[in-house]
Design a protein around this ligand. Sequence first.
Ligand code: GLU
Length: 404
Amino acid sequence: MTDERDARAEVDPIRDALAAVVDRHRSNHAGAVATYIPELADVDTDGFGASVVSVHGRVHSAGDADRPFTIQSVSKPFVYALTISDLGLDEVHRHVGFEPSGEPFNAISLDPDTGRPDNPLINAGAIVTSALIDGPTVRDRFERVRSFLSACAGRELHVDDDVFESETATGDRNRALAYLANSSGVLRQSVGDATEVYFRQCSLVVTTEDLAVMGATLANGGVNPLTKRRVMSERPAMLALSIMATCGMYDHSGEWMARVGLPAKSGVGGGIVAVQPAQFGVGVYSPRLDSWGNSVRGAAVLQTLSEDFDLHVFDHPDESRSPVVSWTTEDDVTSGVLRGEFDLISAETVIDRMLAAAADGNRRIELDVTGVTRARTVATELLRVIGRHLADRGVDVVLDGDLG
Ligand code: GLU
């Protein structure tokens, strides 16, 4: 068993490809570490690591993948997902919007009509979001955040107290944002409590492997692929990815989505998480930042991975495989066996065949759907409609199995 594992670890083409990309960008020394939080300036500026974790739970790492750094803004989409799990999207949306602000992360941006911050990934929106976490004391509320992010990472995360103290000491701008949000009625806790939870959440220590596992948990519809634990339901995971796709890379998010095409979130600590939905999460780290606040080498690694390995989410996929395994007719009964994902184009194929069978005089169509792994609502609805249409014409449609 150990031998087999060792052998498997020795042969890891994903790790090797990742290491080659990291090496390619190692000599890029552009950018500067964040200094507005003094403790963040005190890092080895050369630290550089990357990890990929698939939804199968396999971990592939290169460079300084076990180097600790503070999560900073990468925490924001996860806390957003937690508030949606707790309160539902409509209630969260009463406090914070969805729209890219087009302004720097610490901008004073509240919607003039609603008083809400534009989105949960700028500081104003993240502070409002953190204040939506319930609990009797500020300690309890932070503990909920810490344990949720830990569940996403698959291990217990802890605060770097020095960074927390440093953020607290220099956090007047964030407190000012909280006061403004409070004055427009969208801050559910006191300014002191809200910013304390927020500063602590930003000071949680992670590695690129942690970020990759957290990303893979979103990619996997809310189930941590290492621990197999469901950390959130599918909808908050989907909404976290949506906001990452539109607002995740500060005011560089539009170009990022066009060029790299992976929902992502960066932090001023030098980390970035990126996600290919249903496939994998990537965590990268390098502390020198560009003018938007994104890790220079981290962003470069992700762009190279996307370009070299066709990872853009809008890359045109191959034509979907036919869901029809077999389709036979005996007497006036047609029997079809379906498998895999039953989606709109699968339904289109099946409906064509059903209509052809009915036109040929078949009186009964039996569909074995026991091999369908997931049925999209659009497909089951279309099947229901065509079933009614055929029933009116004297053709019975009978399902073996359940489409949900
Ligand atoms: N704690 C940092 C701040 O509030 C987070 C900023 C970031 O990573 O974008 O300024």
